[in-house]
Design a binder for this molecule. Structure first.
Ligand code: MIG
Length: 687
């Protein structure tokens, strides 16, 4: 089938800036593949039994999205179970892969419902809430081809600095300099590699954005420097809500300039988040983005080179209005003899206070020159906050990359930053969820992503942490994060496992030349770094249904163990492969497998890596930080059948990279196993 993108515009949508390519509009009466209701608010397709539906980025359930309703509406929800319909991101892109091959991107700032065979098993029905939208229909020869075209359409994915591929340790919160120092000391003492420590909300003065608590972090700039000299980058959090407090410059200035969201009467919209009463910057206005983004200077000036943007759905704990209503209702129930129905209503009242739809209908933005109620463009808020940061960081730190990722997102934001998948839990099934989310996020352009390793809420066990790390060594963002009140889950908190943790995290650093090279190639050629097996083995019916193994880059397949107490797992091998079973960078064994299904043992401290025929994986000797990695000595992991070649990309990791050309070195292996790396003087060892 011919590769081609058609664009249809309905109503008068605001420009989301999701798409970079300006392609001409087609006439809707010629639309192919799908049915459109006469009011254009519903799109439908009858699925064939064997069709797979891919996409939706950060959503619950499988890689194949069939069999559920997904409501794409950015939501702060910390229980990512399969009964949910919305998480933090709205990624309205799907691919139908089967009898026909096409992709659909519904570019709308409003909510979209994807009923993918839930109401009727073979019917895909997409329902829009807001009338103005653009529809992109992408025809192609395969799922991979469609994703590639889509990625060209939406523009190049965000690229972080190389150090951000190192392991990061986070916790809500390290309360002061000394706690941070201790984390660093313990990691260095136990020789567990570490490149970053995250600062959660308590580094601020009363949760005020762009302030630092002078009592607990008295010499912040020196401290940032001290950590940097130990090759550790501090990464502070920034929240969307700005504290309403007289004398606080961000509030005063934003208020004076009219930069905050207002209610229907033009009065301040005030709601409570971490800082107590807060106001929300209207990130839809370019001037507001420039103003807010410029404040990141307060931290970059002190040596900070990475940020995470939180609470930007935006999350709202409560508004005065909503709270008043709830109190009034509670008053109603007082003294009444509650029947079961009213008891349940009563019980739900408190839970309904946060992130209430009523609040999202109570404030306004100036977007695209129009005054628009928040709920109609809700899905673009976090995106525009992160865009604000990225646009100004470009100015503040010219020509250098800065680490930036966000909780809420929309397609288009993938050009400005990465995402993390929010408040997951320390449950085995959440590890599995993250395995399935990563390829779907890649389809939507979010290459630099990862989940909270070990799980955010609830208590992590050492074995869960180990298995999660064994997957996490392949996700571009590799960060251990946990909520306050949960069991400490820094890797140094499990002394009996310290050596194994050091070895397993060490594998990430060993793999860094490959991971970085594959990430950069995916980002700069609009392809997927991490993908389902079906993308490469599209005619293999068995491979098409595999959801717990993934391809990482061009050379390897992984099969993470996601079950507690498992001593191995079944692995589907789609073609002959050579398996490396790593316990550390020096302790490993290899086995060869023919196409087929096998039970393969994998002890708790072992990682399985499957190398495809005639593929090469360049490896480094581990180090305790990315900066200390040395590529003067390179090791090669391979599976030679005839001859192999690999384009190895590398660069200094900090200058803006917009093409691969200058950084590619060819690695070639001839039929007798001799390896030559063009333009490389260092030592080469085969493992
Ligand atoms: O209401 O800053 O997802 O990573 O640790 C919770 C505290 C606010 C939510 C984020 C989480 C972070 C936490 N934040």
């Amino acid at each position: 089938m011919k590769s081609m993108i058609n664009k249809y515009i309905f109503g008068n949508p605001i420009n989301t800036c999701a798409v970079e390519d300006n392609i001409p509009e087609s006439a809707a009466d010629q639309i192919q593949h799908i049915g459109l209701s006469s009011d254009r608010m519903h799109i439908s397709y009858r699925m064939d039994d064997n069709d797979i539906v891919y996409g939706l980025g950060e959503q619950v359930r499988g890689i194949n999205k069939r069999g559920w309703i997904y409501d794409n509406c950015c939501t702060d929800d910390s229980t990512h179970t399969e009964g949910k319909h919305s998480l933090y991101g709205a990624h309205n892109f799907i691919v139908i892969d089967g009898k026909e091959h096409f992709g659909l991107f519904i570019d709308t700032p409003g909510e979209v419902r994807f009923d993918i065979g839930y109401s009727e098993q073979d019917i895909l029905e997409i329902g829009l809430k807001e009338p103005g939208y653009s529809l992109y229909l992408i025809a192609g020869s395969s799922a991979a081809d469609i994703v590639h075209q889509f990625r060209i359409l939406i523009g190049k994915s965000y690229i972080p600095p190389k150090w951000a591929f190192g392991f990061g340790q986070s916790r809500w919160s390290y309360m002061n300099e000394n706690e941070v120092r201790e984390v660093a000391d313990r990691y260095r003492q136990q020789h567990i590699p570490l490149d970053s420590i995250y600062l959660d909300i308590d580094y601020m003065d009363h949760y005020k954005d762009f302030t630092v608590n002078e009592e607990t972090f008295p010499e912040f700039q020196n401290f940032v420097g001290e950590m940097k000299s130990r090759h550790i980058h501090l990464v502070p959090i920034i929240d969307a809500g700005v504290k309403k407090e007289d004398g606080y410059p961000v509030y005063e200035e934003g208020k004076a300039k009219g930069y905050f969201c207002t209610d229907s009467d033009g009065n301040d919209f005030v709601a409570a988040v971490w800082p107590g009463q807060a106001m929300f910057p209207d990130f839809f206005q370019p001037a507001v983005r420039e103003w807010f983004g410029n404040y990141y200077r307060t931290l970059t000036d002190r040596g900070i080179d990475g940020f995470w943007n939180d609470m930007n759905e935006p999350a709202i704990f409560y508004s005065e209005r909503r709270l008043k209503k709830v109190f009034e209702k509670i008053e109603d129930y007082k003294g009444r003899n509650l029947d079961i129905q009213s008891f349940f209503e009563f019980e739900e009242l408190i839970g309904s206070i946060s992130n209430s739809p009523e609040d999202y209908e109570a404030f306004y933005h100036m977007a695209d020159g129009r005054k628009i109620r928040h709920d109609k463009i809700h899905n673009l808020y976090g995106y525009n906050m992160t865009k604000a940061a990225a646009e100004q960081l470009r100015v503040l730190v010219p020509d250098k990359r800065v680490l930036l990722f966000s909780r809420s997102s929309y397609i288009g934001m993938h050009r400005y930053g990465g995402i993390w998948t929010g408040d997951n839990r320390s449950w085995w099934e959440q590890l599995e969820l993250s395995v399935r989310q990563m390829p779907s996020l890649n389809m939507c352009g979010f290459l630099f992503s990862g989940s909270d390793i070990g799980g955010f809420s609830d208590d992590a066990t050492a074995d869960l942490m180990m298995r999660w790390l064994e997957f996490g060594i392949f996700t571009p963002l590799m960060r251990n994060h946990s909520a306050s009140g949960t069991r400490r889950q820094e890797l140094t908190e499990f002394p009996e496992m310290a050596a194994d943790f050091s070895n397993i995290v060490g594998l990430r650093y060993m793999l860094m030349p490959y991971i970085y090279s594959e990430f950069m190639k995916a980002a700069l050629t609009d392809t997927m770094y991490i993908r389902p097996l079906a993308f490469d083995y599209q005619d293999d019916q068995r491979a098409r249904s595999v959801e717990d193994q993934l391809l990482v880059g061009e050379s390897i397949m992984i099969a993470p163990v996601c079950r507690q107490n498992a001593v191995g797992r079944y692995v589907y091998i789609p073609e002959d492969m050579k398996m490396y079973r790593f316990r550390s960078e020096t302790d490993f064994d290899t086995e060869y497998y023919h196409q087929g299904e096998y039970f393969i043992p994998a002890e708790l401290n072992e990682v399985l890596i499957f190398v495809r025929p005639d593929r090469i994986v360049p490896l480094a000797w581990g180090a305790e930080s990315v900066e200390q990695l040395n590529t003067d000595r390179i090791r090669i992991m391979d599976y030679l059948k005839e001859k192999a070649a690999y384009q190895w990309y590398d660069d200094n990791g900090e200058d803006i990279a917009d093409s691969l050309q200058s950084g590619i070195r060819m690695i070639e292996e001839n039929s007798s196993g001799e390896i030559n790396i063009h333009g490389y003087e260092g030592e080469i060892t085969k493992i």
